[in-house]
Design a protein around this ligand. Sequence first.
Ligand code: PEP
Length: 253
Amino acid sequence: MRKQIIVANWKMNLSNIEAESLVDEILKATLSLKDNQQVVFAVPFPYLINIKNIIGNKNSFFVAAQNCASTKNGAYTGEVSSEMLDGIGIKYVIIGHSERRLYNHEDNKVLKQKVDLALESNIHPIFCCGESLGTRESNNQNTFVEHQLRESLFQLTTEQIKKVVIAYEPIWAIGTGKTATSEEAQEMHAHIRKVLSTQFGITTAESISILYGGSVKGSNAEEIFNNSDVDGGLIGGASLNATEFLTIIKSLK
Ligand code: PEP
């Protein structure tokens, strides 16, 4: 059965104390997660070890980095390599978030290098893709997303792609309060799975988790997650509030 995953993307928010108490509150809640369901906290680099320690060996909860370097090591001041993340026991890393594509000019080629290095370090990339409003308005979203997948993921072997989580995040829905409709989400997720199946085969494509991201809240999570090709969500703003985030986790199928 495919994994269902809820990823909290905290971005550059929360003090250390606020971060600890948010995670405490979520861990204390009664959540009956199924065997194939996971919750991942993508936290700023300085909090990784602390949040990982707070989670301890609690099943189904993981910590992720929000980025990793596109080079293995060396004179790259300020960068953090996937090897270093592996060294502290990190299992997931977000790669290609639209904010990094935009503000840090990360293109598909650089993201391909990051994906390769993360996998080399046994870390699951949470690979983000998604179109701008202009691309959607001109009805080119399917070709655009396919291109992103081809350029950053098609070099992988079947065994490698199985370790990747895809997050479809239409840029126009991130932090805007505007969500893709349930139909739009399902349609794109099915398209992504079809694109993956052309390269890696149907069985492999069927095993890959595809998350939706873009203004998911407690009030709309269930409707979005109920679609057959939606395997959870990448949650920004709403992951900073324990009550909202818990409602989202409980909305998994
Ligand atoms: C995100 O940061 O990936 C995101 C989806 O943000 P939000 O939920 O705030 O739209």
